[in-house]
Design a protein around this ligand. Structure first.
Ligand SMILES: [Mn+2]
Length: 236
């Protein structure tokens, strides 16, 4: 993957496809040139879960390796709950349904599909992505070597004391996108402003679209990045 490409990062779509399309337009997404990384939680809670799946699946077919779809805790809950050979399926299903899994089931059924048909597609989502400058993960890291983190940390973690190689995360909604340096210091990141990419710490991009706030994404161009936010259509 050549590093002169623009890299766009989005997260926690949760079926909010309208906002996702608007965000990609605001970030001037070019599917023929850019790299797009989604930090997970595409399903559950929101209004257009099946449509989001179709949209991302289409993009994946056209973009190949330039689209990176990272696994979130919601994809993991779905995979555990629908794994015919998995252990303790009843409690996994309870956990998923407690976290809005039913909404995903019905969204697929309403389009005459079952999410089980696409388990492999979701199963192929990795827990992390990294290049020479940064790491991407759904929730958090404790060690800057992604392989030394548990799956639990990567998809459920909420710790902001990580100070290793720069990581982009979603999962925990904040009122604004945030930068956490790892030593307790943090900064609120403003949209539309250009920032230099730090070498360490954590950038948190989830701004709670599905809870009625906003969908935020990041565009990295060389050593600089900027953010755009789209107001949510979901009622609080
Ligand atoms: Mn999550």
């Amino acid at each position: 993957m050549s590093t002169d490409r623009r890299i766009l990062i989005i997260t926690d779509i949760h079926g909010c496809l309208d906002e996702c399309r608007k965000l990609l337009a605001a970030l001037r997404f070019n599917e023929e040139e850019d790299v797009l990384i989604n930090l997970g939680d595409t399903i559950d809670r929101g209004p257009q879960i099946y449509e989001t799946f179709e949209f991302l699946r289409g993009l994946k077919e056209r973009m190949g390796d330039r689209l990176v779809l990272i696994r979130g805790n919601h994809e993991q809950m779905m995979l555990d709950a629908t794994d015919k050979n998995g252990p303790d399926r009843k409690s996994y299903k309870d956990l998923w349904y407690m976290n809005s899994g039913e909404k995903t089931v019905y969204s697929f059924v309403n389009h005459k599909h079952k999410i089980q048909e696409y388990r492999e597609w979701y199963e192929s989502m990795p827990f992390y992505y990294q290049n020479d400058r940064f790491i991407c993960v759904h929730a958090s890291l404790t060690d800057e070597d992604p392989r030394k983190n548990t799956a639990e940390t990567m998809i459920w973690g909420r710790d902001t004391s990580y100070g290793g190689k720069l990581v982009m995360t979603g999962h925990t909604p904040y009122k604004s996108p945030m930068y956490f340096r790892g030593d307790g210091a943090y900064a609120v990141l403003e949209t539309g402003k250009k920032y230099y990419l730090e070498k360490t710490g954590m950038i948190a991009l989830d701004t709670g679209c599905v809870f009625g706030y906003a969908l935020t994404g990041m565009a990295i161009e060389g050593d600089l990045f900027y953010l755009e936010s789209i107001k949510s259509n979901v009622k609080k």
